[in-house]
Ligand binder design. Sequence first.
Ligand code: HAM
Length: 417
Amino acid sequence: MKYKIPRGTFDILPPASARWQYVISVFRKTAESFGYQEITTPIFEQSELFERSSGESSDVVQKEMYRFSDRKGRSLALRPEGTAPVVRSYVENNLGMLSSRQKLYYVGPMFRYDRPQAGRFRQFYQYGIEFIGSDNPYYDAEVIALEMTFLAALGLQNLRLEINSVGCKACSGAYEEALKAYYRPHLPQLCTDCQNRFELKPRRLLDCKVTSCRQFRAGAPSQLDYLDATCREHFDSVQRYLKLMNVAYEINPAIVRGLDYYTNTAFEVLYDSLGAQNTLAGGGRYNYLIEQIGGKSTPAIGFAGGFERLLLALEQESVELPDELKPDAYLICAGEKAVNLAMPLLISLRTQGLYVDFNADKASFKAQMKAADACGARYAIIIGDDEVDSGKVTVKDLQSGEQVSSEPAELIKVMRP
Ligand code: HAM
């Protein structure tokens, strides 16, 4: 019996794993430079948390959630996204009492039972941030700027940032009514999915890919015409801050987010040449979510991006990322006695943080020299009969060819002057 990896999942193997770690480290660094600290929540939560937050009629809850019962019959779900767990933790741990503003980031696997394709998986990895505690439009811009700074730090260029405002409960409701009024006479011409979404999720009609539905999109009313004065001002201020921060954007009144909790600002970062799954990241404000899941009414905003799509985009732009780890040194031993001298040295150098490679299987001196060159090590540490007799080791700089003799204890100084 041969086991296969479950559909829609993947292994992260070396050397690609080094690229993943690099991208994660750049994200952490960027988030920390904006004052964010890491939060880690469990991979599973009570299913109800997602039902209440993502929206019971959302695709994530209706079709994509990995739900299961534990041995006591509790209904649990593998997290399909990171915002609801962060908010659950914020409320449960009273984080609002510790500081009126929480700046949190996370990195980890999410799970959605979706049709796998390029850039869409059943287990995928998200990086995300959540800013909780202020409705100030400055923070909307800051959150967006963080994502754009991260992507720029990786060297990605062909990006587009789209922003929109979906308004507050009042203006959003008025807009959805207008949208329904517009689409109602066309209902018979819409696809079955759109007909089903019409009542509960009229916004979703705007992003239907079916041609017969798309023809109505251009004439549909725009959310931006339905914003009340406060929401309008908020949106204008977000744009003012984005301009001040040199963040380029386009307004797209038809941005439709798949999750139900958004209010006011919604945004997406697109990488067009990725095809159907071209959204690298998405997010927005969710001013009602915290009270919706039992906390005190608190405004918040955040976003999440997918690592898989990001790595695909980086590949398409031929951005070079560090992959293979190159050893600082390769240890070469000729004979058993040499091994006695080499072992304490090997451990000592590794303890001091140097990556020293060594092949314990018997190989000729020549073969070991060849391996040292092939692996890209900077130095070869050579221990043969002469070295055993003198108690010193030979260090060869594999770039310059220079060779020196050193006391084992002094070796680190030769390699890290
Ligand atoms: P989302 O738009 O559902 O938002 O997902 C964010 C990103 O995760 C997407 O833009 C995409 O890059 C990636 N992603 C989603 N599903 C998949 C999949 N099946 N396979 C590969 N990548 C995927 C959220 O999850 C919100 N929690 C974002 C947020 C944070 N809003 C406020 N705070």
